[in-house]
Write a protein that binds this ligand. Structure first.
Ligand SMILES: NC(=O)c1ccc[n+]([C@@H]2O[C@H](COP(=O)([O-])OP(=O)(O)OC[C@H]3O[C@@H](n4cnc5c(N)ncnc54)[C@H](O)[C@@H]3O)[C@@H](O)[C@H]2O)c1
Length: 307
């Protein structure tokens, strides 16, 4: 697999490290800042003999070096600062994502684009429009991260390993996140049998605000270990056709009664991108929340078109 990571900031560089160290892909790291991706790639290659991996990573400022990529991950753009919502980044990051897609897409016309830049759902829709790629080859990373955070909080609440916790969130990356309590399990037991309603609500609220919790602690910039792990998870699913069901920001064409909009839904990824959107058994309240999230994203995308 040839993967281009656009943006060599915290999320981009940790993603490159995970991919190359894990032997998952050969990586081209690119950034607008001269020297930054080259320096990071050199540093990574110099760690290869110590850690024990093949040093297949280069850094560049030239999009010609990204040609023929199988996957393009876009992390270029501003992160949040304390007190900011993801939506506060809309205007600033739209210009960056537009220019990146215009430069990277022509050289890698068969690539799957994974958007990471916030606000996630709207930037994914923008990248699909600008690239004019088939929509199944343009997706956004958020649900894997939100679900990982939820699984962590459930595990810490119950004093178990996150490895035995299954839980998924759908909807948008923000306030309209849709948790699915009826589908969550801990070591095979339904979560709803293990915690009361108030605890569930507390865990979901913390998950919804988990990005802001880290922004407030760091005071400068936002999370990157769990985000880069989540991107890597998606790329492994693509590379190995694992069939793993992942919550992904994907283009809906009638699934869940949602049409012609990007929103977080359960997806099987493959070398073709979105192989299938899986329709879980949702109750009326869950369906209504997912549809409301989709309509919120549609409205924001309309705002974006006016910018
Ligand atoms: N989807 C998610 O779940 C998720 C999680 C974490 C972060 N994010 C988002 O990812 C983005 C990156 O976060 P970060 O912590 O890595 O930020 P960062 O500031 O550390 O890095 C951003 C990088 O983008 C580069 N950049 C800016 N404009 C560019 C351009 N036109 N072309 C190429 N590179 C350009 C900058 O030089 C910088 O190196 C932010 O928008 C953040 O909100 C999303």
């Amino acid at each position: 697999m040839h993967v281009t990571v656009v943006g060599s900031g915290f999320v981009g560089q940790t993603t490159a490290m995970r991919l190359v160290q894990g032997g998952i892909a050969e990586v081209v790291l690119i950034d607008i800042v001269e020297g930054l991706p080259q320096g990071l790639a050199l540093d990574l290659r110099e760690s290869a003999r110590v850690v024990g991996f093949e040093p297949h990573v280069i850094g560049t400022n030239d999009y010609a070096d990204t040609a023929g990529s199988d996957v393009v991950v876009i992390t270029a753009g501003f992160p949040r600062q304390p007190g900011m919502s993801r939506m506060d980044l809309l205007g600033k990051n739209a210009g960056i994502v537009r220019s990146v897609v215009e430069q990277v897409a022509p050289g890698s016309p068969e690539a799957i684009i994974i958007i990471v830049t916030n606000p996630l759902d709207e930037m994914t829709a923008l990248a699909a429009e600008v690239s004019a790629f088939p929509k199944e080859r343009v997706v956004g990373m958020a649900g894997v991260l939100d679900s990982a955070r939820l699984r962590t909080f459930i595990a810490e609440e119950l004093g178990v390993s996150p490895l035995v916790v299954q839980a998924m969130t759908l909807g948008s990356h923000g306030d309209a996140m849709v948790p699915l309590p009826r589908h969550a399990t801990v070591a095979g037991q339904p979560l709803v049998d293990l915690v009361d309603e108030a605890t569930l609500e507390r865990l979901y609220a913390r998950t919804r605000d988990a990005g802001a919790e880290i922004v407030a602690l760091l005071k400068k910039g936002s999370a990157y270990y769990a985000p880069s792990a989540s991107i890597t998870n998606m790329i492994e699913a693509i590379a190995h056709d694992t069939g793993e069901l992942l919550p992904v920001c994907a283009w809906c064409t009638g699934q869940y009664g949602i049409d012609e909009v990007y929103v977080g839904v359960p997806v099987h990824l493959s070398r073709e991108g979105v192989a299938q959107i899986v329709e879980l058994d949702l109750n009326e309240a869950e369906l209504a929340a997912l549809r409301a999230a989709a309509e919120g994203i549609r409205a924001k995308c309309a705002d974006l078109a006016q910018l």
